[in-house]
Ligand binder design. Sequence first.
Ligand code: CFM
Ligand code: HCA
Length: 533
Amino acid sequence: NEAKLQEILDQYPPKVQKNRKKHIFIKRSDVESQQIEANTRTIPGIITNRGCAYAGCKGVVLGPIKDMVHIVHGPIGCGYYAWNTRRNKAKSDDPKQNFINYCISTDMQESDIVFGGEKKLAKVIDEVMEIFNPKAITLSATCPVGLIGDDMGAVAKAAEAKHGVQVLSFSCEGYKGVSQSAGHHIANNILMEKVIGTGEQEEAPAKFPINLLGEYNIGGDGWEVERILKEIGYHVVSVMTGDGSYEAIKNAHTAELNLVQCHRSINYIAEMLETKYGTPWLKVNFIGIEGTIESLRNMALYFDDKELTLKTEAVIASELARIEPIFDQYKKICEGKTAFCFVGGSRGHHFQNLFSELGIETLLAGYEFAHRDDYEGREVIPTIKTDADSKNIPHYTAEVDEKRFRLKVSPEKLEELKAKIPLGQYNGMRFDMKDGSIIVDDLNHFETEEFIKVLKPDIFTSGIKDKYVIQKMGINSKQLHSYDYSGPYAGFNGAVKFAEDISMGFASPTWNFITPPWKNQPLLEGSVTEEGV
Ligand code: CFM
Ligand code: HCA
């Protein structure tokens, strides 16, 4: 693979090659560490899959909170983009407090850019209060808002005084970061500062209270995980933010344990909850049968309750008995195949479990916007340099809540647990990958095509931007963001659904009608020189 990789890189002009080389490595377990460059700017002109800070803040973290109205301050394109394309599902007992199907924007025009958009924003808030009467509102800034200098914070403050509900302002202009990752951080900080812990409850109303962090209920994933957790006897205080509820998030401080599914988007809140309330977090992965089982067993170890442990095992046994015969049928279709898995900031890692359970080997994986810790493990965090781009994110540090801080387990017990389960720990993608497999950060269009030609995977899982390019190359392609209108893929039922969907992809006769470009087209050979660019 080393030589093949070099061949691909050799096609780049020297400067680009030098840069891209740092974002790619081949897994070797005989060396202790392998550093990757991540969370840095994409070279202008390169076709990346990344989104922007606004996408990460409004689209990812805030959008799924159903009982708040999310106003996008900006031109209509930015608002339209976030209109349910992410498939973050939500249902509510009170249909009047479920705004998930709406897309609300100030629809800024040229004149607003010239004369300022604050008045228009205030008017939209008034209209929203009149029409929807939500419990709270968020305002998200798009690029032009920051460029013209609208003071969204002042508008929010005035609106709070006028309407008596919380109006949160997020300066998540697209350019605030190198990707959506900055937007996650901005959203985490403000939710922590202004929402979490503002609920009245001192204690959870039931035993074994947990928060499920970094689960956005795409295609119903969160519902499947909740189904299992509730069957075992957990009390789910809040899910952040899938099928999310403002009221529930306010009381998130009452949990005894925080589960972290997507580390990238929510590790900030997880860490701050520990600092502020003394609640530890556990890295879980509810993608894949084994991942789900391991996560459930680790939770049982943490709570260390005989009945809970017995119930955990009973649920695992009954779920397995139900799904294994079906799963095994699909395994016959999948076994021996190979995959590329390039997704966002956590699924590029998480879905490798499920592939391997189906007998599929992951040859190449990566993230669009994850940080070094998501590749190399959290222990590298102290060595990560803060650059000018990350300094764009306003700093926020959580402090101990003197009234509510309570150690959930003794320090000795915590140490003992840490040796057995990933409490406050995440090993990253590299840890789980096979020697020889390729890890790529911010994979681009050119590399997508080149790696496909060289390694010819049977399936390539990624997103909408490259899906059709991949299919036209004759390769089964599956979106692991939106799940292509399907799902859930998490938990026990999700594993079966995923197996079914990708088996259908493999078994489809469509592929017989496609001739990949390298079979009937002369390939253009040659190299691009620095001068030629
Ligand atoms: Fe976390 Fe996500 Fe992901 Fe993400 Fe996303 Fe997403 Fe994703 Mo698309 S929060 S990092 S910013 S798991 S929207 S639900 S699918 S890229 S891998
Ligand atoms: C985003 C959202 C996205 C895009 C999906 C894709 C999502 O990045 O802003 O590229 O297919 O999951 O909807 O990641």
